[in-house]
Design a protein around this ligand. Sequence first.
Ligand code: NDP
Length: 617
Amino acid sequence: MDPNPHTVTTNDLIATLNLEELRAKYRHERDRRLRPDGAAQYRRTSGEFGYYAKDPYTERIPREPKSDRVDVLVIGAGFGGLLTAARLREQGVESLRLMDEAGDVGGTWYWNRYPGIHCDIESYVYMPLLEEVGYMPKWRYAPGEEIRQHAVAIAERFDLYREALFQTRATRLAWDEVNEEWMVETDRGDSFRARFVITSSGTLTQPKLPGIPGIETFRGHTFHTSRWDYGYTGGNQDGGLTGLADKRVAVVGTGATGLQVVPHVGADAQELFVFQRTPSTVDVRDNRPTDPEWAASLKPGWQRERMENFLAVLAGEPVEESLVQDGWTATTSLQRQILSGAVDTTIPPEERERRDEITDAITMNRLRARVDEVVEDPATAEALKPWYRYMCKRPGFSDTYLQTFNRPNVHLVDTADTGGITRMTETSVVVGDTEYEVDCVIFATGFDVGISGVMSGTLPVAGRDGRTLLEAWSKGPRTLHGFTSNGFPNLFHLSGIQNANSVNFAHILLEQAEHIAAVIGHARNRGYHVIEPSAETEDAWVRTVHETAHDNRAFQAECTPGYYNGEGSRSIAGASYSPGPIAFHRLLRTWREEHLDEVLVSARAERPAAETVGAPR
Ligand code: NDP
């Protein structure tokens, strides 16, 4: 017998579920939000809207164009680029250039500096190379500025500023068959050469705006969260936005960013209107300072062990003990609905789905109940409840977001029935027939999704015989392990495509960096100049990814629209390797041991070092 008659058991929770009713409610909420224009509803922050993407943090520094030669060019100086460059340094690569459109390293942590910014993945597993750089994060979930400074520390530790080009966008890559190297052009007039090019330009980089009719007519102040205007708001990432004290402010968007921004704007603005289309799930954050005793007790190698453990738990692999116990590790089976991972094949798929749906419903009921517990006004609480399955949207965590709606100066404006904001005028944001006059509109409306300019076409790549990468990938990406493609020698990509994926993407990037550095290092040691998979090897990998793909189309079709399902019912199945990151990393290790030489396709004599920038004399 249960010793405590008030304990609610899982069976009690299951008994209260009416899955049929829940499915109908989810469908209804999805249909309220589906728009015929899908992903086309958004506007790019270029041309007329280029102002929204302008760098507010670093003055543009004039410089002479480069016309030199490097061994390795790394495009993108976020964690992916930094880690690859660091591991290449360890392989003895001296001639190495980082390039980024930003004014410094850091990638997403360079651009995103909005008040409240934190990483919601535990800092001890998210911030890479902690032991190598000799740094212990101050908090369990680190603030953005601490992470940005860690990126700078990595660049300094591995001497990566030496040849770096910031405020520079690559505009063309063309393979020079004769010299077996890439010709690189940029928007700063550079025209230089690189034997190897590595693209690590991120997946969520270009800020996007909602396609609100009249958005261009607004005459008040406006900016995107990833280009925060502290000149206007005052304060810093810790808050203190004194410039908003006499302002009526609109925040548009309630995704992971909106959740972090709203508490600070709510605390400091005269009046805040939060324009919500779909509420996020908001689970407990429970951030806390790093315990110095715990930090002192850690043995060398602790970070790798913790990262591996977190990755394994999320991927559904067996572990003796889960080291990071938080909101992510508590919902692992649900995350596999859209992320990759091992599934228990001893259970029939229908039974697995039944169990997942029950776990999902219990989790979502708990999160909806949390809204009722925190938010005082019942109508506001009702509108803040998320009605969809857990992984339809990126999960959110906050101990201050929901609480902000109890402030008298903060108003939630639900825009679900109108598919978002109806229009904007010179002075206001309009939903249906109601006008909200505001001084400032802050767009927390996210980013274009894609792997860098090579896929969007903003960075044209011409490989062997002038064939472009977009032509070669016209029916979808074709790679070996996501890194390299036939016809595009010495070109490597970091991304989740046909590679591994996980919530802790910084860990995925570290593994990718180490793989790329190992392959390039091996080629250099053996005196090879060209690395390129054969068409057959590439075919085999593309087939493997498709054949093992976990088909989540049915799940996605039932979801509220968002970038996870292409604003509709598109599946992301087949994008990454479905058996999961642990299986993938195992596969890569075996491949390196047994097949590495297969991608080394020609041998040439080393060029004289004097031609190469940064090479030891
Ligand atoms: P998202 O794309 O997740 O959210 C955009 C928001 O804008 C949504 O709430 C969306 O509503 C809303 N929106 C879009 N168009 C309109 C419109 N016309 N009217 C009203 N609302 C609209 O962007 P975020 O910047 O929040 O997050 C992007 C990603 O960045 C996250 O998913 C996460 O991967 C990452 N991130 C990670 C953090 C971390 O701690 N690790 C922190 C912050 C971000 P709807 O949902 O209805 O489309």
